[in-house]
Design a protein around this ligand. Structure first.
Ligand SMILES: Nc1ncnc2c1ncn2[C@@H]1O[C@H](COP(=O)(O)OP(=O)(O)OP(=O)(O)O)[C@@H](O)[C@H]1O
Ligand SMILES: [Mg+2]
Length: 221
C-alpha cells in the first residue's frame, strides 16, 4: 500500500538532503512507530506521505499510484482515504471544534444526524464532549491536539499518519489515544505514528522504524 523506492527529499539545492535513499515497504494493516531525534526528517517523510511534498529523488507509491503522476483530483481523493494528525494540528480557525471534526464526513453520504452523533461520540472519547462549540483559538495545546486526532480518525481511514500525537497530553490521555489507534488498526487501518516518547513505545509495543539524519536505520530503537 505504501512503497518508498530510493526516496530522497531536499528542501534546498545548496543544503544536504533531509531524507536520503529511503527504500521501504509498509505492510497494509500494520502499526509502525517512526522514531528518531529532532531534525531527523520524520515530519518531512509524513509530508511526502500526505502529498504535501513530492520526493525530489526516487519514487513513492501510495494506493498503487506513483505520487509523481497525480492530478489535483487524485490527490484530493487519496487524502480522503487517509487520516492525518499534523505536528502543528492545522485546525481551521474559523470553524468550531465540532465543524473541524465533521470535515472528513462531508464527502460521505451521511445524514446530518448521523454526522452529529459520530462527532459527539469521538469528541467524548477524547474528553472534549463539552467543547463542541468552542473555536480553535479558545483551546489549549493538548485540546487542539485531541481535536486533530478526532478529525483524523472519524472516518476510519485506510492509512492514519500521526506526527507526535501525544506530545501535548498527559499519560492517561496518551494511553487512551493509543488505544483508539490500536482499535482502528485491528479493523484494518495502517498506522504510522511519529514519536519521541520511549515510554509509549515500551508500554504499547509495535514495530519501530528509526530515522537518523534522514536515513532509515534498520532494527534499532
Ligand atoms: N520548510 C523547510 N525548509 C528548509 N528546511 C526544512 C524545512 N522543514 C524542515 N527542514 C529541515 O529538515 C530537517 C528535518 O526536519 P523535520 O521537520 O522533518 O524533522 P523531524 O524529525 O520531524 O523533527 P522533530 O522531531 O523536531 O519534529 C531539519 O533539519 C529541518 O531544519
Ligand atoms: Mg517533526
Amino acid at each position: 500500500m505504501i512503497r518508498f523506492n530510493e526516496v530522497g527529499y531536499q528542501y534546498d539545492q545548496s543544503a544536504k538532503a533531509t531524507v536520503r535513499d529511503l527504500s521501504l515497504d509498509l505492510q497494509s494493516g500494520s502499526f509502525y512507530y517512526l522514531c528518531g531525534p529532532s531534525g531527523a526528517g520524520k515530519t518531512t517523510l509524513f509530508k511526502m506521505l500526505y502529498m504535501d511534498l513530492l520526493p525530489t529523488r526516487g519514487d513513492l507509491t501510495l494506493f498503487g499510484k506513483n505520487t509523481k503522476d497525480l492530478t489535483r483530483e487524485n490527490i484530493a481523493q487519496m487524502r480522503r482515504r487517509m487520516g492525518v494528525v499534523f505536528q502543528d494540528f492545522r485546525l481551521l480557525k474559523h470553524l468550531s471544534v465540532k465543524e473541524n471534526v465533521a470535515l472528513p464526513l462531508i464527502f460521505e453520504n451521511k445524514s446530518q444526524k448521523a454526522i452529529d452523533a459520530s462527532v459527539e461520540e469521538i469528541l467524548d472519547w477524547v474528553g472534549l464532549g463539552d467543547k463542541l462549540l468552542s473555536m480553535p483559538d479558545e483551546l489549549s495545546g493538548g485540546e487542539k491536539q485531541r481535536v486533530a486526532i478526532a478529525r483524523a480518525v472519524i472516518n476510519r481511514p485506510e492509512i492514519l499518519i500521526a506526527d507526535e500525537p501525544t506530545g501535548n497530553v498527559d499519560d492517561t490521555m496518551a494511553a487512551r489515544i493509543i488505544h483508539l489507534f490500536s482499535e482502528l488498526n485491528k479493523h484494518g487501518t495502517t498506522v504510522l505514528l511519529a514519536t519521541h516518547d520511549k515510554g509509549l513505545i515500551e508500554n504499547f509495543p509495535n514495530e519501530c522504524l528509526f530515522l537518523e539524519d534522514g536515513m532509515l536505520m534498520k532494527g534499532q530503537m
